[in-house]
Design a protein around this ligand. Structure first.
Ligand SMILES: [Zn+2]
Length: 239
């Protein structure tokens, strides 16, 4: 469940990311009725099974059951805020009614890792941003310097505007401001882009390398999507 707005007395209009239909808008009957299953299932970030009526563009749900609420997130304001940022990113990059199973799977894995504290929030966030954008058509070119083709780089720089990595020698000609990476953060970026599903989170790098990776990933999302995110600003104010 990505987003909800109130509709009439007890209903809500939900934006859902689904397995079979991609991102859809659904009128959820009784979603505001206290204690109803629909109310539980239509909470922010909830993973649930909805029974839908109607057809393309005109969906209604009056039955739902919750599969995973990610309770860990709901007990921690800062984690819930980060989850809200993930939902806002998904809502931005996933087009309506187009299959987005890999993005959905990534989101579930990210929320699970976050709610169970398997990785730090900074780690989950950097992976989620880079991998989601890669899945949805914005894959960075991190294998080699975008100008000279060098693979083994000292002082690699990442250009969020072009999505390219440059060696120290070529970086001054890059589009827009660049973010300084190091060997570990570049290796992590390559891993996040290329790893098989579910393995994208599996790496460990020093804190300062994670900071570089985090800066690169966040700026990449902001520049490529050409917008800022209220939920991201909010997360930064409460983390
Ligand atoms: Zn170069």
């Amino acid at each position: 469940m990505l987003r909800a707005v109130r509709y009439k007395e007890a209903d809500r209009i939900l934006t859902l990311l689904t397995e079979d239909q991609g991102k859809i808008t659904v009128k959820a009957r009784g979603a505001l009725r206290k204690g109803s299953k629909m109310a539980a299932a239509s909470q922010d970030l909830c993973w649930a099974e909805f029974t839908l009526f109607g057809n393309r563009g005109k969906w209604t749900a009056d039955e739902a059951s919750t599969l995973e609420q990610f309770l860990g997130l709901r007990e921690d304001l800062s984690q819930l805020a980060l989850g809200a940022y993930f939902a806002e990113l998904l809502d931005t990059v996933c087009p309506e009614e187009q299959l987005a199973r890999p993005a959905l799977q990534l989101a579930l894995n990210a929320l699970y890792a976050l709610s169970r504290g398997i990785y730090t929030p900074e780690h989950v966030k950097a992976v989620f941003e880079l991998r989601l954008l890669s899945l949805e058509g914005f894959q960075p070119e991190a294998e080699a310097c975008g100008v000279c083709g060098k693979v083994d780089m000292d002082g690699p720089m990442f250009s969020p505007a072009s999505g390219m990595v440059h060696c120290a020698g070529c970086a001054p000609g890059a589009e827009g401001p660049s973010v300084a990476l190091d060997r570990e953060s570049l290796a992590a970026m390559r891993h996040i882009i290329a790893a098989p599903p579910k393995k994208e989170f599996s790496f460990a790098i020093p804190d300062d390398s994670m900071e570089r990776l985090g800066r690169a990933a966040e700026l990449f999302a902001r520049v490529q999507l050409d917008r800022s995110f209220y939920s991201l600003d909010y997360w930064k104010s409460v983390k």
